[in-house]
Write a protein that binds this ligand. Sequence first.
Ligand SMILES: *Cc1c(COP(=O)(O)O)cnc(C)c1O
Length: 376
Amino acid sequence: MLPYGRQWVDESDIDAVAAVLRGDWLTTGPAVDTFEAALAEVTGSTLPAVSVTSGTAALHVAYAALGVGPGDTVVTTPLTFVATASTASILGATLVFADVSEDTGNLDPDAVDAVLDEKVRVVAGVDFGGHPIDAPALRAVAGTVGAVVLEDAAHALGGRMDGIPVGSLSDVTTLSFFPTKNITTAEGGAVVSADAELLARARTFRTIGLVRDPDQLRHPELGPWHQEVQAFGLNYRLPDVLAALGASQLRRLDAFRVRRQELHDRYTAALAEVPELRTPTRRPGAEPCWHLYPLRVLDGRRRELFEHLREHEVGVQVNYLPVYWHPVYADLGYRRGLCPVAEEYAAQELSLPLFPALADADADRVIDLVRSFFGA
Ligand SMILES: *Cc1c(COP(=O)(O)O)cnc(C)c1O
């Protein structure tokens, strides 16, 4: 089965990991520092990123570092992986879903504006498929109630908007390094921000809440060994072994981006004029590092096309079930129909195989199967 996404691990990655295994540090050591500095560079940040064990952990850490808790509202998009919302819910926040723009599938600033009130602490957008959110508009809207913009850039590392790298567009940005994403550490993620205090809280949270800095201790008199917890945290540390893989992968991110764009263009050139289909939009100024090729099937036959492609060993995927359709949200009283644009997008969407090692011949086979399905 041709997968819809997969990693590209080469000998240089394997050598980087083996070197760590032969060294002194398996967990938090020099490879973590190197990776966090390299992530800062690629995201245009002056501060090292905070690496964690997954994109889900990155979201949990970011919301915790923003102080999100009971009584706070987080506004987000329904067109995302459940973790964008569930990590805020688990901290006790109330989730409000706002609709998306019909071209990009990204959070619509006007829809956000319509649901804002004084309880909103965070507006959490997602760079759907890799296309950056409209961060300036979202920040302007969020700012009217003193809220900040969190960008879930699990799809988008390596992209830019108006020349600004993903990671420097919003108040805080989270990344995922799951194997299908733009680079991988097997499991992994990171938090990026220009706010040093926020990153310090994130770093403490991902290290069980332990404080070691003598200037920060409440009880330094207890001895030179003393460390203490002043706020709860978890162990979300990314091991050195995986950070070495990430740093090695980052060196090829730009080549991955170029190849992902080539394949995007190849699909779009071949499928754009099929009347039953809609190919992805790219807004002016956007230079995405595409994670997905989100095709939309307009004639109601998305399921049939999915099954047809799967029968022919093409591993297509649907991104996503609208978040509030998950039973955990339905049980809280969220009803279908809340965000009609996102629900229509979700009903039409079919992600074609997209990964940098995908051969042109395989992409062409996918194209032929899709075109012939519609008699084109
Ligand atoms: C993959 C993904 C996550 C979660 O990342 P993991 O590393 O799988 O935990 C969060 N948000 C979005 C939009 C994702 O695609």
